[in-house]
Design a protein around this ligand. Structure first.
Ligand code: 3DU
Length: 210
């Protein structure tokens, strides 16, 4: 499996320092609102020079016309985008079509990793995994904090996964290792960028997922 850094820091200098330290151990960089709101989407141009896959995590959840605009702007700079599935087939289709036309990837959130997702998202997650499959999305986003759910959702969708929740949210690499393969990503944020030694932390995680 591959390691995706969730670069949820709020200032550019910190982002660059973290990347300089961990770049040899990560396969992809996930950027979201914490870094893009202060600097704008063009911050991704600076991150591009690290030559890693860049995924925009704006968890698109709007009507098709608005989803399409956000996807188009983001994918000018990024290799992939994360969209919510719960807003429905038309909204999701708009993102997937734009991404495919631009030669980029879409990951569909089907069940989130935090405790609150159990009540509202979990009951529809299997349906969303099927929707992602039928619309030919590229990935699903499913929780490492619930390995059985991760396994089930991966099976239903027949798609590779991007799985958040590792370490800081309680997800354990040893519990999901057998579920994942070389096409899947684990997403790790705080356990790397808040570590005393981000480089060592990224290296340890990379060694663990081997
Ligand atoms: O908990 P961490 O610090 O390792 O960060 C996890 C990242 O993954 C963070 O960017 C968060 O916004 C994202 N994410 C989830 O944590 C849970 C999801 O279901 C989807 C994305």
């Amino acid at each position: 499996m591959k390691l995706m850094l969730a670069l949820d820091v709020e200032d550019k200098e910190t982002a660059i320092r973290i990347l300089d330290n961990v770049i040899d151990y990560i396969d992809a960089i996930k950027v979201g609102y914490p870094l893009v709101l202060p600097y704008g989407i063009k911050i991704l141009k600076e991150i591009k020079r690290y030559n890693k896959e860049i995924i925009c995590d704006f968890k698109l959840a709007d009507i098709p016309a608005t989803n399409e605009k956000i996807a188009k702007i983001s994918l000018k700079y990024a290799d992939g985008i994360i969209a919510h599935g719960f807003v429905g087939e038309d909204s999701l289709k708009a993102v997937i079509e734009i991404a495919k036309n631009m030669g980029k990837k879409t990951a569909v959130v089907v069940e989130m990793s935090h405790p609150g997702a159990v009540r509202y998202m979990q009951p529809i997650a299997e349906d969303l995994a099927l929707l992602a499959k039928n619309l030919k999305a590229d990935y699903i986003v499913a929780p490492s904090t619930r390995p059985k759910r991760l396994k089930k959702l991966k099976e239903i969708s027949s798609l590779p996964v991007m799985t958040p929740g590792i370490i800081t949210q309680g997800g354990k690499i040893e519990e999901i290792k057998d579920i994942l393969d070389e096409k899947d990503y684990i997403i790790v944020g705080r356990a790397i960028y808040q570590a005393n030694n981000p480089k060592e932390s990224a290296k340890q995680i990379k060694d663990l997922i081997g």
